[in-house]
Design a protein. Structure first.
Length: 370
């Protein structure tokens, strides 16, 4: 059996060319930290100024090229930055109204956007993307111009849930977002293959989000909604510093394990001085279609308890039922597919309450983080 070496791997990687610069990734110095142990290969792509689409394409091509080297059984390709190759790197100090003093405001990236709303959660699996998608659509149905950014690069579900098709275009060096149901959409899921796994470090996510703001032609928008990744890790902190948030909507389910995690996320946003617009309790209850009886499958009252604890409103409760899930899987969210349903009405109520909260906190001048 052939044993791979660093030399054979580098030879294979020389076939991968940066489409913008016209040179291979080895000559450009993008390949760092190359290690070959038995049949396993690992390396970092230390990007500089490439676009998110180019980074994703090069990551995929480099993984494929290395995996085709005789004797290689496993390939791990991380995405980093030229400044951070070989050592841990803190997120850049690009900030916004809640970011670090002296940094350029991220609002300069999107000067035609009036308000920005993040939809976040303490843990995955609570329906955060479903809430983000239907919140954006409910805002659109109220007459607002709306965009939706899928920041959850590890689980970019927005394109599927919105039925978004095709690749973003380019015009005058700006990315043209894909449109679906009247919403402008940007997601890493529109740039990579559906089954392509991304192994990104925090600084790379930070850079991608900046480009989703700075390099996308959003045009005039009343609201730009962000589907944030769950949790409170380094990536979440970095994203919160990049995005000029008018406020955050926190999504939870009623059970204690979800409430435990959402408290941590709420505490993080408070430390970042990001206004908390309120709590959405998803999967609040189930109405049996045959008897009409209401069941609290995941418990009851959890959303209200955590809202009271943090002194923020409970924006609404979303029942657990099949049509919301089916609409998301089909790319026709419940607010579009069944606008007269109780679920769609609940999302419109949440949107109205969130807008009222945005207006209420807009006059607050919050201190910067030192």
């Amino acid at each position: 059996m052939t044993t791979p070496t660093e030399s054979t791997v580098l030879t294979a990687l020389r076939a991968v060319r940066d489409p913008d610069q016209g040179q291979d990734i080895v000559s450009l110095g993008l390949v760092k930290e190359l290690h070959v142990h038995d049949a396993e290969v690992s390396f970092t792509l230390a990007f500089a100024g490439q676009s998110p689409a180019t980074k994703a394409a090069l990551h995929s091509s480099a993984s494929k090229a290395a995996s085709q080297v005789p004797g290689v059984s496993r390939v791990s390709v991380k995405m980093g930055s030229a400044a951070g190759a070989g050592r841990p790197q803190a997120p850049p100090a690009q900030g916004h109204a809640h970011g670090q003093p002296g940094a350029p405001p991220a609002a300069d990236f999107i000067p035609e956007v009036k308000h920005t709303i993040a939809v976040s959660s303490g843990k995955g699996g609570v329906g955060k993307s479903t809430v983000a998608v239907n919140l954006a659509l409910a805002l659109k149905q109220s007459g607002a111009e709306v965009g939706l950014v899928d920041v959850d690069v590890y689980g970019p579900d927005v394109p599927l849930m919105m039925g978004a098709r095709g690749k973003p275009g380019m015009f005058e060096n700006k990315i043209i977002p894909v449109e679906a149901h009247g919403i402008k959409i940007m997601s890493i899921g529109l740039l990579v293959a559906e089954r392509e796994a991304l192994v990104w470090r925090g600084p790379m996510i930070h850079s991608a989000v900046q480009q989703f703001l700075r390099d996308v032609n959003w045009g005039p928008l009343d609201y730009l909604v962000f589907d944030m990744p769950p949790g409170t890790g380094d990536a979440q902190l970095s994203l919160s510093q990049v995005v000029p948030l008018s406020g955050v909507v926190m999504v939870t389910t009623p059970q204690d394990v979800a409430l435990l995690d959402v408290r941590k996320a709420l505490g993080m946003f408070r430390k970042l001085n990001v206004p908390i617009l309120g709590i959405v309790e998803n999967m609040s209850y189930f109405i049996a279609p045959d008897t009409g009886r209401r069941y609290g499958i995941f418990g009851e009252g959890g959303g209200q308890r955590v809202a009271d604890e943090f002194g923020v409103p409970l924006l609404g409760q979303i029942p657990l039922e099949m049509e919301t899930r089916e609409g998301g899987d089909a790319g026709v969210p419940i607010t579009v597919g069944r606008p007269d349903s109780a679920q769609a009405q609940a999302f419109r109520k949440i949107a109205a309450a969130a807008v009222a909260r945005v207006d209420a906190v807009a006059a607050l001048k919050l201190p910067s983080i030192g």
